[in-house]
Write a protein that binds this ligand. Structure first.
Ligand code: COA
Length: 167
């Protein structure tokens, strides 16, 4: 597979929003709005995967201090989104992007990273667990209207920036 993993360029933002769609998780989700994305997200915090020169997926992460759920931790990496286009899934692309993110965090002197996903997202959980993450918190929020109850489970996982890809 002709796979290239690299940092984002300004021209990648269109591919990200085209793939992600304009709905977003919230009305303020920057990945659903190219103008917002351009304003609020640092290109250095986005990793792009391309196969034969075509956009195949992205990872977004940033570095911050003192997570609310483990305030004793100083500098940490927060991996906010891991996305691989369906036709490219199951080929190790997310693993390679996460390894790239881990290497980047190590270079920034960051030793702890967190990632969260839905507790029912089996593909993501398998991927993260295979990469050696440790489960640290589970959050349950419920929204109700008269007919429908939606439950959403957030899962926090922590891992130490080491790479898993075998060369
Ligand atoms: C979760 C997600 C990112 C995984 O991406 P992916 O690129 O398919 O992940 P990987 O290929 O690295 O790993 C998945 C499987 O492929 C396998 N794999 C790894 N290298 C491979 C290769 N060279 N060829 C074939 N399969 C391979 C892995 O072993 C793994 O299989 P397993 O979990 O059964 O052991 C993807 O399903 C996705 O984008 N989902 C929608 C968005 C989402 O929910 N994101 C997570 C929350 S933010």
């Amino acid at each position: 597979m002709d796979l290239n993993i690299r940092k984002a360029l300004p021209t990648d933002l269109t591919s990200i929003v085209d793939y992600y769609g304009t709905k977003g998780d919230t009305p303020f989700d920057p990945f659903a709005n190219e103008d917002l994305l351009r304003q609020v997200v640092d290109l250095n915090d986005i990793i792009i995967a391309e196969v034969k020169g075509s956009f195949a997926g992205f990872v977004y992460f940033f570095v911050d201090n003192h997570p609310w759920f483990e305030p004793e931790v100083d500098k940490f990496g927060h991996i906010m989104g891991v996305h691989v286009k369906p036709q490219y899934q199951g080929k190790g692309i997310a693993t390679r992007m996460l390894d790239y993110a881990m290497e980047d965090l190590r270079k920034r002197n960051v030793r702890v990273a967190y990632i969260d996903t839905g507790a029912n997202n089996v593909e993501a959980l398998r991927l993260y667990e295979r990469m050696g993450v440790q489960r640290i918190w589970t959050d349950h929020t419920f929204q109700e209207d008269n007919r429908l109850r939606i439950s959403r489970f957030g899962l926090g996982v922590k891992f130490y920036p080491t790479t898993t890809t075998k060369s």
